[in-house]
Design a protein around this ligand. Structure first.
Ligand code: PLP
Length: 353
């Protein structure tokens, strides 16, 4: 730390992204990326026309992309906010609705960026324990009057609230904002976007990083009523109005329009997820009922940390969290059929000793 860093940030603990090692070619199942390439339409969209226009600033309204996302969900441009990854959208949301001494509530086991943003923006965060079976129970949030952020499906458990449960959460208090982080919802297919048309106290955040094979492009978005979106735009125009560059806008617009391509990818991931779950259960694992593109699994006789290390030695990367309640679990991203076959084979060998 230099002597120049503001005291405000001296104890800030940054988010730790999953490892992206370059020492050898791994089967990479640790950061929930898609095994499939982006739609061919995305490649076409990054044409020389766009490249020749890079001397110009991008459209600060991000009109083309917001219109395409709006059309996809049957809402208007005014209901859509876009960010440089959904992390950016989450950051603007925490800043706007809880920043500078405000409050926020989230589950104790969830996406690791929420506490980091809370710390960065001076937010008092309350972490509400998941139940013993790792489920989120919406009644545990009924007394909170501050904004609530919930990843659904949750990470790293993969467990999902039903649409009725989300609606109950929203109905607990019409004067409280509910932020649903649906990074994995394309694999769960119970999005709360429809509720944003009916209620003015819910916003839904999604990303192009997981189901749309564009983690490297950095695009995420929020769907909500116009006033909420205007508040987020106030933050964005006060910080970085050009957070979406011209190439990203074109590429993401092409992606959201190619529903047929991505529906095929999503269905394949769901099928691979269910096959792998069953294989792991046969091997004696406890496997949570994931509705996402990853599997959270624990073996009664084999340490999760050792399993993570053994797999890494054999060229397969999965994610391990040392946090107390989940230290007996590994999180395995669902990849292609071949990748999942390799992981199942290697785990079988490891368990045999
Ligand atoms: C991956 C992930 C994100 C961030 O995704 P980006 O759009 O790549 O920034 C947000 N929330 C959850 C729960 C995630 O797992």
């Amino acid at each position: 730390m230099s002597k120049f860093l503001s005291n405000l940030y001296s104890s800030l603990e940054p988010y730790t992204p999953g490892e992206q090692p370059k020492d050898k070619a791994y089967i990479k199942l640790n950061t929930n990326e898609s095994p499939f390439p982006p739609s061919p339409k995305v490649v076409e969209a990054i044409s020389t026309d766009v490249i020749n226009d890079l001397n110009l600033y991008p459209d600060p309204e991000v009109g083309l992309l917001r219109d395409a996302i709006a059309e996809n969900f049957g809402v208007k441009r005014e209901n859509i906010f876009v960010g440089n990854g959904s992390d950016d959208v989450i950051a603007f949301s925490v800043m706007a609705f809880s920043g500078r001494g405000g409050n926020l509530a989230c589950p104790d086991i969830t996406y690791g960026f929420y506490p980091v943003y809370a710390e960065l923006f001076g937010v008092n965060l309350t972490e509400v324990p998941l139940r013993d079976d790792f489920s989120v129970k919406v009644e545990d949030y009924k007394d909170f009057t501050c904004p609530v952020i919930i990843a659904n499906p949750n990470a790293p458990t993969g467990l999902m609230l039903s649409l009725n449960e989300v609606e109950d959460l929203v109905n607990q208090n019409p004067n409280r904002l509910v932020i649903m982080d649906e990074a994995y919802m394309d694999f769960g297919k119970k999005s709360a976007v429809e509720l944003t048309k009916k209620y003015s106290n819910i916003m839904v955040i999604q990303t192009f990083s997981k189901s749309r094979s564009l983690a490297g492009l950095r695009v995420g978005f929020a769907v909500a009523n116009e006033e909420i979106i205007r508040d987020l735009e106030t933050m964005r125009f006060s910080f970085n109005p050009y957070n979406i560059n011209s190439l990203t806008m074109r590429a993401a617009t092409a992606a959201i329009k190619d529903k047929a391509y991505y529906d095929g990818c999503i269905d394949e991931i769901i099928a691979n997820r269910e096959l792998t779950k069953n294989e792991l259960i046969k091997m004696g694992f406890r496997v949570l009922d994931s509705k996402s593109n990853f599997i959270f699994a624990s073996h009664p006789e084999y340490s999760a940390k050792a399993l993570y290390e053994e797999l890494k030695n054999r060229g397969i990367l999965v994610r391990y969290f040392s946090k107390e309640r989940i230290k007996d679990f590994v999180r395995i991203t669902v990849g292609s059929k071949e990748q999942m076959q390799s992981v199942v084979n290697e785990i079988t060998n490891i368990l045999k000793g």
